[in-house]
Design a protein around this ligand. Sequence first.
Ligand SMILES: Cc1ncc(COP(=O)(O)O)c(C=O)c1O
Length: 380
Amino acid sequence: MKISSKYLNLELSYFAKVRKLIAQHNALNMAEGYSGFHCSSELIKLVQKYLSESLNQFAPVSGEPLLRHMIAEKVKHLYGHEYDENDEVTVTAGSAQGVFTVLSALIKEGDEVIVFEPACLNYVPAIQMNGGQPVFVPLKSPDFHVDWEEVQKVISNRTRMIIVNSPHNPTGATFNELDMLRLQKIINGTKIIVLSDETFEHIIFDAESHQSMALYPKLAERSVIVSSFGETFHVTGWQIGYCLAPAQITKEIRTVQEVAIQSVNSPFQLALAEFLHKPEEYMGLRQFYQQKRDLFNELMEPSRFKPILTKGTFFEIFCYDAISDQNDREFAVKLLEEQGVAATPVSVFFHEKSKKHLLRFNFAKPDELLRKVADRLCKL
Ligand SMILES: Cc1ncc(COP(=O)(O)O)c(C=O)c1O
């Protein structure tokens, strides 16, 4: 039987191709989007404890009450907004499923969704799969900031949502207070909902503080926040995260969640709930990754790669203008095959090919690996 593919052009398969090349060349992997560190052994023990308690049937669609309680407490403590743990917090199968679920719940055929580019690979396909129309706004050089005048210009009566992501993958850019106030002003009096991907909320550098929608009551009342335990506790493969949203929106989200996945498994949720009693486990993350970022930048200093200093996440973009004229996809493959270093061409995060000479490196790696990578790149 032959079927015609609905999504043949999707860039999501990019990493599958690169994974093969990495294995083939036994390359040092700075390309993919996950942490290179083990999670806490205490968290593993908690999972084992709850796995042995025969909690093997469906969890509530909204998530385990204890985990929802701990999430609401954490958010209240960090950002001041009180989300009702019963009606406004939903445990999801990671941030990406959260994003998909929110779009599915709120976007109708033809609705416009503003996306800043470069953008996380899942946003645009998730908008399109749900009948929405992405409207692209490029982030501005040199530091990938938002031009709010440009945002204002693309808003129409079909604009239903703006997706924001701070700290930002792939650029490491972050929103400051002014960005939040501009956003607040722009959506005031409209029907626009903000989808705020705060997956990297705990990985932010240089004494900056994370600008959550939950810090601004007027934004919180018309935002959906998605976040994840994956990046925070080095467990991206577990795929557990959450959505925070006003009750009316949460109701819609839970309807889709029930149809799509029913619920996230109980033992892992309960283990995470108990682990959240130790805030030092996530509050210490920024120092941990700042040390990695600073080391990698120091090691790369003698090279001809020029950093665009990251302010958050475990990604940093480097420009290779001084080394090659090749486009970034070709250059990334050359780097992989000839130097044994895998990095991600930034053009994959654009809907149209970008001509810039930029690569994204994931520095969530042991120091020894960072040294090896820099050693190879400094020879170019
Ligand atoms: C900004 C951002 N949002 C969402 C995700 C996906 O998160 P999850 O693994 O929890 O689905 C990632 C993964 O790297 C990400 O970088």
